[in-house]
Design a protein around this ligand. Structure first.
Ligand code: GLN
Length: 281
């Protein structure tokens, strides 16, 4: 079978199964299987595809038609221009989360200590370390399996970070200039209504933010003061309807300069605030 014909088969199979971005996913899977790039579809569409590649492609198309996330089939997701290995033990890094990383980078200086709670694949912490100098990074997660993925990502990106198996701050020692987290924030009752790929394949513990979706914010906001340096800053990713709730929790807990920022779609996505240190700087 020729390259283009195989691609067209993939698009049709994914469209008929109701998979969202059928054409894009069919092309990305084909390129991964054959080691080709976007231009091959135009330039070499009539070339035959090796039997072994054809077989693997059809297998992958069936998986995707069964709503296995594209990233679980490929085994990776790009985030902040870096490649992160992912599997069912971690939340697939989302483009929205780049907004959080970018907000932190505006405040990050050389040599700062960063703590990333609920680190998952490590995408936030490792991106911050990659785009700064001499910062020290600690990531914590309740899932040992997620930490294995994060450690593997640190190794493959050539970055040094400490990953600690911990329920939020439980086993964390030391002080930090920056604490960042993209915690689970979906209200428990809304999880069953999510897209199949998310509901059935992202770890539930990476999604479930308790009854009101705010349980991690409440815990982190109240505990973080024991780990932030005076003048240190706390950054959260939030759901687009949580800006007011999370910023008022931070204000009530006497964080200063509490600010909500928007993602590329213009939706509220990040809340940050400074802890103490009014007289120190
Ligand atoms: N920190 C990870 C991410 O942003 C995982 C977040 C989570 O599990 N809720 O991708």
């Amino acid at each position: 079978m020729e390259y283009r014909a195989l691609y067209e088969y993939g698009v049709n199979r994914l469209s008929e199964s109701g998979t969202g971005e059928a054409a894009l996913d069919a092309r990305l899977l084909l390129e991964e299987v054959c080691g080709t790039s976007r231009s091959d579809l135009l330039a070499h569409g009539d070339e035959p595809v090796k039997e072994e590649h054809r077989r693997r492609y059809l297998e992958w198309i069936e998986k995707r038609a069964g709503r296995i996330p594209l990233q679980h089939i490929l085994g990776y997701q790009e985030f902040m221009g870096l490649r992160f290995r992912v599997n069912g033990d971690v939340l697939i890094p989302r483009q929205d989360t780049e907004t959080l990383v970018e907000e932190v980078l505006r405040k990050l200086h050389d040599g700062m200590r960063i703590l990333d709670l609920c680190t998952g694949s490590g995408c936030i912490l490792l991106s911050l370390l990659r785009y700064s100098n001499h910062c020290q990074g600690t990531g914590s997660d309740l899932s040992e399996k997620a930490l294995e993925v994060a450690r593997g990502n640190a190794r493959s990106l050539g970055l040094e970070a400490e990953f600690v198996h911990s329920d939020l701050f439980e086993r964390i020692t030391g002080k930090f200039e920056i604490i960042v987290s993209n915690p689970p924030y979906i209200p428990g009752g809304e999880i069953s209504g999510l897209m199949e790929e998310v509901r059935d394949h992202d770890p539930r513990m990476a999604l479930d933010g308790g009854e009101d979706g705010l349980s991690f914010y409440k815990k982190i906001i109240s505990q973080a003061k024991g780990w932030l340096c005076p003048g240190g800053e706390l950054f959260f990713e939030i759901g687009s309807d949580q800006g007011e709730a999370v910023s008022s929790l931070m204000k009530q807990a006497r964080y200063r300069q509490v600010k909500v920022s928007q993602d590329l779609a213009g939706l509220d996505r990040v809340v940050c605030g400074v802890y103490g240190g009014e007289n120190s700087v």
